[in-house]
Design a binder for this molecule. Sequence first.
Ligand SMILES: *Cc1c(COP(=O)(O)O)cnc(C)c1O
Length: 369
Amino acid sequence: MGIKVWNYLAEYDAERADILDAVDTVFRSGQLILGQRVGAFERAFADYHGVPHCAGVDNGTNALVLGLRALGVGRGDEVITVANTAAPTVIAIDAVGAKPVFVDVHPETYLMDVDRIPDVITERTRCLLPVHLYGQCVDLTALTGHASAHGLAVLEDCAQAHGARQRGRLAGTTGDAAAFSFYPTKVLGAYGDAGAVITSTAAVDAALRRLRYYGMEDRYYVEATPGHNSRLDEVHAEILRRKLTRLDDYLSARRAIAARYAEGLAGTGLVLPALADGNDHVYYLYVVRHPQRDRILAELAARDITLNVSYRWPVHTMKGFAHLGHRRGDLPVTERAADEIFSLPMYPTLTKSEQDLVVEALREVLAGL
Ligand SMILES: *Cc1c(COP(=O)(O)O)cnc(C)c1O
């Protein structure tokens, strides 16, 4: 079998007894929806972050949608974000009727260039939505400075940054709320779809709990619209609660792999990931860069090593977002990076010998270019 950019099977082998016990515990509990396991995971995830509130939801996209709604973002509002992200970041803004407004990114870290935020603020701007891309945080000191100067809400997209820190502070604990995805590939991943929103504001948490549950607080009585069914289910909550106790081990494994890649790939001409000031990276993805990206991907695929590009198409250039009226050239740093970046295999159970195969194949291919 070849090497893939992500693979959970070795982790499942190692954790199988615990995962199956989690499933059995839920199935035998008599409660399948919004029972004790969801509550237990929410408390554990809030405690991990040192915040008072966490609301479990069904996926990361809806964590963003409900997070925006709970912060009062809606029709006619503008939300400032980036175009080099998973499309759901922008889909969520669209889904609440708001307009996504993009700023370009830093050429070395690919993170939101927060200095450009003031250029695009209008009287309709309501919220900043930084994406902690690939596993490290956007400059949150400068970003929150702009937010407070202009009275804007901040929703952090933490789908790629579980456990990441900036100057010691955990991703998701600076903004008014933070949205997480537990899609299986993520740093903390479920065995299916799941998500959560953390916040320090009780009213935001209460709004999230209503929104995910048809707009109800008690059964069968709608307190407010819009409602939605966006519940986290008991099985994923219990699996996530158990995996959360191992999150710091996953982070160490990812960091060790990143360090080994950096050592093995030094001097090859590949541009390696850059760490922004004050950041502890969790390496959700290990993203490198080279002008002959597509040729390198093809040559590695021929050696049964499947790499990936996150993301090949910046959101503002996608047909589905043509209504935003952008054209190529609007975000030059984002667009240039999208043509050259690619991701190496990265997951905690990737073995040293698998890593060595990736490094050797890359060294060989790069030497022959
Ligand atoms: C994965 C991801 C999402 C969406 O999460 P889902 O659980 O797949 O809906 C949103 N934003 C970013 C940055 C992501 O990586």
